[in-house]
Design a binder for this molecule. Structure first.
Ligand SMILES: [Zn+2]
Length: 309
């Protein structure tokens, strides 16, 4: 239903553009991103020169965005393909890239934008034994939840845009500088607001919050998953509950892609507060942009902590 709606919408938009385009109008740079945070940054930087499409809508697992046939023609026409890197998207991106038959956005080509270079990954596996789970093959890829590290991704997108369309360099530079100024101002605000979160322990479903916790001084107690991508066992859940009670862990974070049942049970058994928090823009209502999402995350955690007193 959704893909049919999308196809219809695309056809409708194309039809309108074809009717109104003048011969002198230059085509927009077609940017496809795996996730919604990268789409938000691409729109901010590219402004009027880009047309951005995100494969994810915001509620998906970053490691398993469902592949839709409608993605293929969009990727076939893409000028830039922007990804998180560290193997985050390895369950869906390589197959889609192959299906796209677009030589310009293949790994190694200027149109393939990996946002991870320059970031030191946390939790790099010491063994390649896949029984440990294989969704974090090169370490934890969820650096985007640290706004300081997100700036590195922004810089990669900026460089790719300048390389593709050097004639718009001045616009991209102005847009980037304006956005970074907004983000920096927000970061100061978030750090002030989050002062009370220092040392506060929490569990989450997936190993998603390590970079966030490091930036804001929170402590990851454990995860509901046994390992990234490996479902919890009853024994693990039991041990988690015992450990949380002993250590007075006050917060259980549930990411939108996971069902509520187990996190709710753990929260109920331990007296912890259950919070559903987005991992990318659009994961919950009112988080359509990266800044809105970070606002939501910080406000929700601070409110939960304040309530606890
Ligand atoms: Zn992960």
């Amino acid at each position: 239903m959704k893909s049919t709606a999308f196809r219809f919408l695309s056809a409708a938009i194309f039809g309108v553009a074809a009717l109104t385009a003048s011969p002198t109008q230059t085509a927009k740079i077609r940017v496809v991103t795996t996730l919604t945070d990268l789409a938000d940054f691409s729109r901010e930087l590219g402004g009027e020169h880009v047309e951005v499409f995100s494969l994810a809508t915001g509620v998906e697992d970053t490691h398993g965005v469902p592949m839709k046939p409608s993605f293929v023609p969009v990727m076939n026409r893409a000028d830039l393909m922007v990804s998180v890197g560290f193997g985050c998207e390895h369950a869906f991106l390589p197959a889609l890239l192959e299906a796209s038959k677009n030589p310009r956005i293949q790994p190694g080509k200027p149109g393939y934008v990996d946002c991870s270079p320059g970031i030191a990954p946390l939790a790099v596996p010491t063994s390649t034994d896949h029984s440990e789970g294989d969704v974090h093959p090169y370490g934890n890829p969820h650096y985007m939840l640290d706004p300081v590290l997100a700036k590195k991704a922004i810089q990669h997108i900026y460089e790719a845009l300048v390389l593709f369309a050097p004639q718009y360099r001045a616009d991209f530079t102005r847009n980037r500088d304006a956005y970074l100024a907004r983000l920096d101002a927000k970061m100061v605000q978030w750090q002030v607001e989050a002062k009370g979160l220092k040392g506060v322990k929490f569990i989450s479903y997936h190993e998603e919050w390590e970079y966030f916790a490091e930036r804001f001084g929170m402590k990851v107690f454990n995860t509901i998953e046994l390992k990234p991508g490996i479902d919890p066992t009853p024994r693990h859940i039991e041990q988690l509950i015992t450990g949380m009670k002993a250590e007075h862990v006050p917060i259980v974070i549930r990411e939108p892609q996971f069902p509520e049942k187990v996190p709710a049970l753990i929260a109920q058994q331990t007296g912890a507060t259950l919070l559903k928090l987005p991992i990318m823009p659009g994961g919950v209502p009112h988080t359509d942009t990266y800044i809105d999402m970070m606002d939501y995350i910080v406000h929700t955690l601070v409110a939960a902590e304040a309530k606890r007193g």
